[in-house]
Structure formats: structure tokens, C-alpha cells
Design a protein around this ligand. Sequence first.
Ligand code: SF4
Length: 349
Amino acid sequence: MTPERFGERLLAWWDEHGRKDLPWQLNKSPYRVWVSEIMLQQTQVKTVIPFYQRFMARFPTVQALAEAPEDEVMHHWTGLGYYARARNLHKAAKIVSTDYQGDFPGTVEALQALPGIGRSTAGAIAAFTMGQSSAIMDGNVKRVLCRFLGIREWPGASHMQARLWELAERYTPKQRTGDYNQAMMDLGATLCTRSKPSCLLCPFNDSCIARLEDLTKSIPASKPKTDKPVKSTVMLMLQQQDGRVYLEKRPANGIWGGLYSFKEFEDLDAAQTWLDLKGYRYQLEPWACFRHTFSHYHLDIQPVLARLENDVTEVSEAESVWLQVVLNDIEIGLAAPVKKLLAQIEKTQ
Ligand code: SF4
């Protein structure tokens, strides 16, 4: 099937069955589409919708986001994960607000120069809101192309990137590009799903190679397996006699950058030595160890509650807070395991 015929069939299917009322499809603007595209990286539509609505209610314009304190931006991202996305969003908002007077730049290249905006996000903003004929490449597009064309290699392999982009550009039409991109995402999200594609309802079921050769279970190929390394850490939960708990802000780079967390140590001995050197009086209560998994490694976390018996003010030079733990009231960004531990502390109060 020619790319032209593919596009016509896809658009005819989308006109009848596509999603047209997602929150970011209404009142479309580069800002609204950009935020949705960043949230949708690694996260499903139904999870994103409530986060997106809260985020837009609080930061309705790129200027509002640029002017907001970083802690508040991180707070609105808590639960979405991959926090570098929120930090980059904030940085890019400041650049658009100051260097471009609040108007997003009008080319894919200039959009891509902003922090956190890759080729696909730039393509989506340009196609959805500026009428440009730019291609996109998310997991849905990759899956549909790989199945339709019978590509058996793992699409994440570095040599596959250029090939998939070349195919995406060849198939993306010059007219109705935004609708076509949305249609590819919708087809991938609603019919050509990873585990159970609904081929009988698909406009390509007479010509899709994965369907004709019964390869839908093996395409797209999975990443070749490698065992993730395991790291470990001790999280020291310092608690004052009045119940307040100590949290400090992590450096901007590295895991959970810019979020608040407990002090961490290599092992229990190191934590205890630090407490003794500080001259604190305390009772230690080790809690059950648990595992948090990142994309590249597992982190085994040993939480330890240190109930302080003398009042402590300054703990370190890092930006920090002593919090009364009432989870609903906390307005700072927290990593998921820290939030979980605070919930446990709240229960014991
Ligand atoms: S026929 Fe099936 S596998 Fe092929 S594109 Fe359609 S839904 Fe996906």
C-alpha cells in the first residue's frame, strides 16, 4: 500500500472513530499541547488527564508556569515520575517567557532547542498548533509502523531510530498532518494495542504484515533482557519530639533531582556514626526494607526512624524543611518512596 493510500485510510478511520475531546485537544495552543506531550511521555492518557487538568488550572499560561516557584511545579508533578521532565518544563517556560515574549518559536528546529523538547514533541507542537507537516514518533507510532510493515527488530535499538524516523516522514502526509499524527496515536492506543490488538476493527487488517503473518505477539520485539543492577541505601527519618520530620532538597541532577527526601547513608553504621558526631540523642527504629525500581536499576531502601530526644535545628547546609506530616497539606515535590514512608509515619502518629 502506498503511503498516500495509508494516510487516506487512516484519516477516514479517524474521522469516524478518533478521539477528539481529550483536554489538550480543546482550546489547542502550543503551551497546552507541549505540556500534554511531556506528560504523555512514559505515562498513559487516563493517568495523565487529572494531572493535566490540575496543572492547567494552576499554571494556565506559559508565563504563569515560568513565574511559579520550582517547588510548586515539582509538587504538581508528584506521582507522574521522571521528574527531569518537570524541571525541563519549568526551564523551557522561562526561556519562552523571556526570550520569546511568551510565544513559542515557530519551527521544529527552534522548538527542539528548548530544554526537554525532542524531535517528536517539537513535531507534535508544530503539526497540532502551527499547521506544519512535521512527523512524530511515540510508542504508538512505532508499534503501528513496525506491525504494518513487519519490522521484527527491537525498535529501541539505536540503529533503528533513523530508520523509523525515515519511515514516519515518508508516511506523514503534507495535508491534515495534525489529524494524521493524532490518528496514528489513536490507532495505537485504541486498536493496535501492545498486548491484544483488535485487528478485526482495524482499517489495515487486509494489508498489515504482522496480522497476515500472525506476528502481532512478537512485533514490536521486546528489548533484549539484561539483569538490572541492585543498589541500596539507608533513608534516615529524623523526627522531633513534636512529630516534625526532616526533609532536604536533593541536588538538581541525579535521581529525584529537586525533590525533597530524607538524608541518605550507605548503611546503618554510617547513619549512626553521623548521628553520634552531631551529638544528637535518639532512639533508632529500623523499618522493613523495600525495593523501588528505576528504568536502569533496583534500589533497595532501608528506612530507619530516628526519634530525637533533644531539639535539633540546623542539620545540614542543604535547603531543608521540618514538616508536620499531614500528607494532604504538603506542597513540595516528593519522590514516590518518600511519600510512602511519610504516609507510614502519619499512620503511627
Ligand atoms: S491489523 Fe492489527 S496489528 Fe496491524 S495495524 Fe491493525 S491493529 Fe495493528
